[in-house]
Design a binder for this molecule. Structure first.
Ligand code: 5GP
Length: 114
């Protein structure tokens, strides 16, 4: 059996986290190493390792992640200016292989991103 991901362990309460939002599809937690004054991770309960591993059957779930990202930004006072980002693969900076959407806000967010 594949080892549980770090985020599955957080979802199951084995590892503590600051949970900002939860619904039947996903949770949002505060990032332990924030890259902005507000930095949340929206994580699906279903383990999809990378965005590229998502399939047609995940279409609704993927939409839910974006809705949750907007909800958590809005509910923390950042509805007018936030960024969502997904790192897909180690070459793009992904370190936890359980899909997650970064939500960053609270500072000027340059473009293009690094
Ligand atoms: P990635 O690099 O895969 O796109 O993002 C993984 C994120 O998970 C990083 O921003 C990192 O700071 C965060 N992270 C790693 N370990 C933990 C942890 O134990 N708790 C929380 N809340 N965030 C974590």
């Amino acid at each position: 059996m594949r080892e549980k991901t770090l985020f599955s362990r957080i979802i199951e309460g084995e590892i503590p986290a600051d949970i900002l939002y939860e619904d039947e599809y996903c949770i949002a937690i505060r990032d332990i190493n924030p890259q902005a004054p507000f930095h949340a991770l929206v994580v699906p309960r279903k383990v999809i390792p990378r965005l590229v591993d998502g399939s047609e059957e995940d279409a609704m779930l993927l939409g839910r992640l974006l809705l949750a990202a907007a909800a958590v930004a809005r509910s923390h006072g950042h509805g007018e200016a936030f960024r969502v980002a997904v790192n897909n693969g180690a070459g793009a900076g992904q370190t936890v292989f359980h899909l997650h959407v970064h939500v960053l806000a609270g500072r000027a967010l340059g473009w293009p991103p690094g």
